[in-house]
Design a protein around this ligand. Structure first.
Ligand SMILES: Cc1ncc(COP(=O)(O)O)c(C=O)c1O
Length: 393
């Protein structure tokens, strides 16, 4: 058999990568390393337990009933209506399901679509690092320029003066994320008020990545951009059903935005994906009717966080408190001086536990000797992981 001939094989310089810096993501690398080394995998952010059987049945019932063709471009109206009800109940804001809510193939597609709809060549977008890895490449693919504000361990507080200084005529967008991946921190009401002041009287648009909106601990309140009128009027708010209902592989989410922004969003959305999974939309529209299905998520994950943290409290790792998401940061500064990427590989190979080094979420690979562990796992998995961590000195 002949291997397929590569396009321009003899002239490799002819293909000018649009993302020359981008390689395989750390999540793939660490998960592969975990598999090769038979290590417990707390690196990638997904549960090792099943989604509710009742929800799975709703999906198969919808399929059996023949709900298998294209959904409307913006999503099934029944689901958009339930999203509107949930948003109003939680944040006291009304989004019109007809013109202000779009169902997407997960949070990532919603973020990419919002950036694509707005960002043009030369536009600057402020992002806070460490950051979830899809923001930068999506900005660059659209000709924009990411402008970075660094957050530092252990508080990861936003320096709003720094943000103010970065703003220029070219600033088109600011992307915030709360609860925050990878740090597990949340923004305060005061942070949102500061942001509101900064963007007032500008034409800056906000993406508020709120995919962990239902995973927030210690009775804290989620500060959705929808609650702040001067932010809501200029925000794309992103949520993910995968995070909320333990089925990240279904890739379902949604975007909220005022109708003038949503109009632009849908122009891009219809050519990126057109519409998303019909039977799952039917199922979610039913499942959302029981508010406990999302209201109980915080206490569900808080128990897991507390269990994990309690198990490792006497280890040599320093715990950086997690306020939301299903991530726990641990500092190993008292154990080793190695680079965090090297230390994460060492832990995977030698101690059979995989994590994500936080430096990979920084644009300059800032290394503060911190690793991210995902605790969206069964108790037995967390106990097993804790036993390993306790032995590392
Ligand atoms: C902060 C953040 N935003 C967005 C996403 C993407 O969500 P989805 O899996 O629904 O595309 C993730 C997933 O890990 C995330 O952590």
């Amino acid at each position: 058999m002949q291997p397929i001939k590569q396009f321009m094989q003899d002239y490799p310089g002819q293909i000018k990568s649009k993302l020359p810096q981008v390689g395989t993501t750390i999540f793939t690398v660490m998960s592969q390393l975990a598999a090769e080394n038979n290590a417990i995998n707390l690196s990638q952010g997904f549960p090792d337990f099943e989604s509710d059987k009742a929800l799975i049945k709703m999906v198969s019932d919808a399929m059996a009933k023949g709900m298998n063709q294209y959904a409307p471009m913006a999503g099934l109206m029944a689901l958009r209506e339930q999203i509107a009800i949930k948003t109003e109940k939680l944040y006291g804001v009304t989004y019109n399901p007809d013109t202000e809510i779009t169902v997407t193939a997960g949070g990532t597609q919603a973020i990419f679509t919002a950036i694509t709809a707005i960002i043009k060549e030369g536009d600057e977008v402020i992002i806070f690092t460490p950051a979830y890895d899809c923001y930068g490449p999506a900005i660059e693919l659209n000709g924009g320029k990411p402008m970075y504000v660094q957050l530092f361990a252990p508080e990861y507080k936003i320096d709003w003066n720094h943000v103010k200084k970065l703003i220029s005529q070219r600033t088109k967008m600011i992307i915030i994320n709360t609860p925050h991946n990878p740090t597990g921190k949340i923004v305060t009401k005061n942070d949102m008020v500061q942001l509101e002041k900064i963007v007032q009287n500008t034409d800056i648009i906000i993406i508020s990545d709120e995919v962990y909106e239902h995973i927030i601990f210690d009775k804290q309140k989620h500060q959705s951009a929808s609650k702040f009128p001067h932010l809501a009027e200029r925000s794309f708010i992103i949520s993910s059903f995968g995070k909320t209902f333990h089925n990240t592989g279904w890739k379902m989410g949604y975007c909220l935005a005022p109708s003038n922004l949503m109009k632009e969003f849908r122009k891009a959305h219809q050519f990126i994906v057109f519409s998303v999974n019909t039977p799952i939309q039917y199922a979610l529209s039913e499942y959302l009717k029981n508010e406990n299905n999302y209201l109980e998520l915080s206490s569900f994950y808080q128990q897991k966080r507390d269990f994990f943290v309690n198990q490792i409290k006497d280890s040599k790792f320093k715990i950086i408190p997690s306020q939301g998401t299903y991530f726990q940061l641990l500092s190993y500064a008292d154990i080793s001086n190695e680079k965090d990427t090297d230390f994460a590989i060492f832990l995977t190979k030698k101690h059979k536990i995989a994590s994500i080094p936080v430096s990979v979420f920084y644009h300059k690979n800032t290394d503060e000797k911190v690793l991210r562990f995902c605790f969206a796992k069964k108790e037995e998995t967390l106990k097993y992981a804790a036993d390993i961590l306790n032995k590392i000195v």
